[in-house]
Write a protein that binds this ligand. Structure first.
Ligand code: ZN
Length: 222
């Protein structure tokens, strides 16, 4: 993407955030891969919405991009597994083991085996030595601290964690500048110009014509 192209995405992102189109903004952050919104990611993690956290992350890195990325994905999927165990949803837990966690067997066979051993335990929550495997609120806070550290240390995220310093409502400012410039080109500039659309260039009508005939009056010169 060209640097102007990147800037345009950031201007749109700023506009979306200012207008509270949050869902669309996070989608654009993910689709463009230009800005990783740590607060939004943290919200998903603290809510235990591991699927949303992983979906968002996927716009920025794949699980095997580098060791940091692998650890991030592993942590998310492990927590998702604990959550299923906590809810005694064995079907879901097996599904996560097979589909999400087995890919880590090659790099970390022991831990995947260890996780598998938790599956038949009915009183998994009560075993004190397994307390670190709980999916409770404090456990999510701890997980987020670790995830944050891994993301900040990941070179793929180095230029994506800070939103660029853009003046407030920058897109609106540029629009106003463009309209002012268009008005400067008007052949018959009105002291109080009508500027009601951005879809076509502004042009003050000829003083003797009705407003609908403005473009022909100024552009055609006939
Ligand atoms: Zn004008």
């Amino acid at each position: 993407m060209s640097s102007i192209g990147r800037d345009l995405v950031f201007l749109v992102l700023q506009y979306l955030h200012e207008k509270k189109f949050e869902e669309t903004a996070h989608k654009l952050e993910r689709e463009s891969g230009l800005f990783f919104n740590m607060s939004y990611f943290e919200e998903s993690v603290l809510a235990g919405d591991w699927e949303a956290a992983e979906r968002y992350l996927s716009g920025f890195t794949k699980f095997d991009d580098n060791p940091h990325s692998t650890k991030i994905y592993f942590e998310i999927r492990k927590r998702k597994y604990f959550q299923a165990l906590d809810r005694h949803d064995k079907v879901k837990a097996v599904d996560i083991l097979v589909k999400d966690l087995s890919v880590f067997s090659s790099s970390n066979e022991d831990i995947v085996k260890e996780l598998t051993l938790l599956l038949p335990l009915d009183n998994f929550r009560k075993k004190e030595e397994l307390s670190e495997y709980e999916d409770t609120q404090p456990a999510r806070v701890t997980a987020m601290e670790e995830l944050k550290w891994l993301i900040e240390a990941n070179p793929l995220f180095s230029d994506k964690l800070q939103f660029p310093p853009i003046g407030t409502s920058r897109l609106r400012t540029l629009t106003n500048q463009s309209l002012n410039w268009q008005h400067l080109l008007c052949k018959y500039p009105s002291p109080r110009p009508h500027m009601e659309t951005l879809f076509v260039d502004h042009c003050c009508p000829h003083p003797n014509f009705a407003p609908g005939e403005s473009s022909r009056a100024a552009g055609g010169g006939s």
